[in-house]
Design a protein around this ligand. Structure first.
Ligand code: HEM
Length: 140
């Protein structure tokens, strides 16, 4: 039988490494990092791992909000979405994920764009609106 994308990426350890490198890259990227100003990064990290694990056929279950809900009122532009994808591609290259698997992962995430982008502009580095209320931090 065909192996799942989850298995071909290298399972939960490889996905965790991808998310952590990507998170740090996004945090250092002035094109998008203003949006994360009030976010609980531990929650975001866990949610991204669970989402990618589940979406690629792995054993995790994503328990976060829908992409529309999570990003509502954040005023993410088209340019900022593309910048984030650009950071993810840099991570996948850095961690030597093969091109076929890179393409498959991007094909899963790309279609989420209309649920996340609210502003049809190529502008980047736009602020997080004051009215945006972040998700509750993970309880420890
Ligand atoms: C395909 C692209 C994207 C995916 C798969 C994605 C995925 C996620 C996930 C799973 C969460 C967690 C939801 C929760 O905690 O319930 C989240 C939250 C968040 N995303 Fe995205 N996202 C994407 C694009 C973007 C972009 C382009 C930006 C901004 C430039 C962004 C900024 C944020 C921020 C700031 C949060 C935290 C919100 C909060 O604190 O409540 N995301 N995203």
């Amino acid at each position: 039988m065909e192996r799942t994308l989850y298995e071909r990426l290298g399972g939960i350890e490889a996905i965790t490494a991808v998310v952590e490198d990507f998170r740090d890259r996004a945090a250092a990227d002035d094109r998008i990092n203003l949006k994360f100003a009030r976010t609980d990064i531990a929650r975001l990290t866990k949610m991204l791992i669970d989402q990618i694990c589940e979406a690629t056929g792995g054993p995790c279950r994503y328990g976060g909000r829908s992409m529309k809900e999570a990003h509502a009122g954040m005023n993410v532009t088209k340019g900022e979405f593309d910048a984030l994808v650009n950071d993810l591609v840099a991570t996948l290259k850095q961690l030597k994920v093969p091109t076929a698997e890179q393409g498959e992962l991007l094909a899963i995430l790309g279609p989420l764009k209309p649920d996340i982008v609210e502003v049809d502009s190529n502008e980047v580095g736009t602020p997080l609106p004051d009215a945006f209320r972040p998700a509750q931090a993970l309880s420890t």
